[in-house]
Write a protein that binds this ligand. Structure first.
Ligand SMILES: [Fe+2]
Length: 320
């Protein structure tokens, strides 16, 4: 990270200036998007079964973040992932008529954890989960890799995925108890066709974290922390212009975004087909971005080097 970026990141994460910046972003977004930045649809799994199933409700917050309410519809218990705007999350809790029993934080950044204080004060028995390495505000229940949080029939496994922050966790809702697909709440590790910036780790760290989620099933639904699909697929087209899966997904995403509809969720199977950050093993990317044949004819980047180069190119692409 460049010196200016590093200084800003330290101020954002380690001082009250970061919190004040978040509060300003919150006020601006509430004024600009009184009904949220995107139109979202809840996903109901096996509602017709007895006992009924599980509901995932994306809540659009700030200018492009998502919080997620995960509801056991039989017990009427809910957990929320990354509640950055407590007002928007509370409105959804009241509309659904559920009890909030847990907050799951993927990482410490205010746009993911800023609502912890208000929600945990309002819901007295609400537990706050996250990594103890990440300085999550109002954390009550520290989690380690592979720990499971149980709420009613919800079984949610924490997976350590450092790189964006040192203690970044993703959460995997097991689909087995409600006979549906598993759901991955990926915070700022993985987005539709993109991945988060490596603020607190190396390219090797980030690659290892991406490989952790690559090991999950193709039908796993991906619920990311931000609505970045259109921009990310645009970048993927620069590095892999011949990829037809990307082209098809881009056409669908553009139709969705014209009506301000959310693009969540995609599946991990889809992501494998077009997300360049999950394709560092592919020859086509190595040929496009690698150093090319050297004197011995066998020069190539390691997957971590390729990931690092992709990340640099993506940052340049965004700043254009
Ligand atoms: Fe973040």
């Amino acid at each position: 990270m460049k010196a200016v970026g590093l200084a800003w990141y330290s101020l954002y994460t380690r001082t009250w200036l970061g919190y004040l910046f978040y509060r300003q972003q919150l006020r601006r977004a509430r004024n600009r998007y009184p009904k949220g930045h995107s139109r979202t649809q809840p996903r109901l799994f096996n509602a017709h079964l007895c006992p009924p199933g599980v509901k995932v409700l994306p809540i659009p917050v700030l200018s492009d973040n998502y919080s997620y309410l995960i509801i056991d519809t039989q017990a009427r218990l809910a957990v929320v992932v990354d509640p950055s705007d407590p007002q928007a999350v509370q409105a959804s809790i009241e509309k659904e008529g559920v009890d909030l029993v847990a907050i799951l934080c993927t990482h410490k950044h205010w746009d993911h954890s800023g609502g912890n204080r208000d929600l945990s004060r309002r819901h007295q028995d609400c537990r706050v989960y996250g990594s103890p390495q990440d300085g999550i505000p109002y954390l009550t229940h520290p989690l380690c890799h592979q720990d499971v949080v149980s709420v009613g029939r919800l079984q949610i496994r924490a997976l350590a995925t450092p790189g964006h922050t040192q203690g970044h966790l993703v959460y995997l809702l097991d689909g087995e108890p409600y006979k549906g697909p598993s759901c991955l709440f990926s915070g700022d590790l993985l987005f539709l066709s993109g991945c988060g910036r490596t603020f607190e780790g190396t390219a090797e760290t980030m690659l290892s974290s991406l490989d952790t989620v690559l090991g999950l099933g193709d039908d796993t639904l991906l619920w990311p922390g931000h609505e970045y699909a259109e921009e990310n697929l645009g970048f993927a087209g620069v590095v892999e212009p011949e990829n037809l899966a990307r082209e098809r997904k881009m056409q669908w995403v553009q139709r969705q975004r014209m009506e301000r509809k959310s693009t969540c969720p995609s599946t991990l199977g889809e992501e494998r087909s077009y997300n360049p950050f999950l394709r560092t093993h592919c020859l086509v990317l190595q040929e496009a971005l690698g150093p090319g044949p050297g004197p011995t004819g066998d020069d190539s980047y390691s997957r971590a080097e390729l990931l690092e180069k992709l990340r640099r190119l993506k940052d340049l692409h965004k700043s254009k």
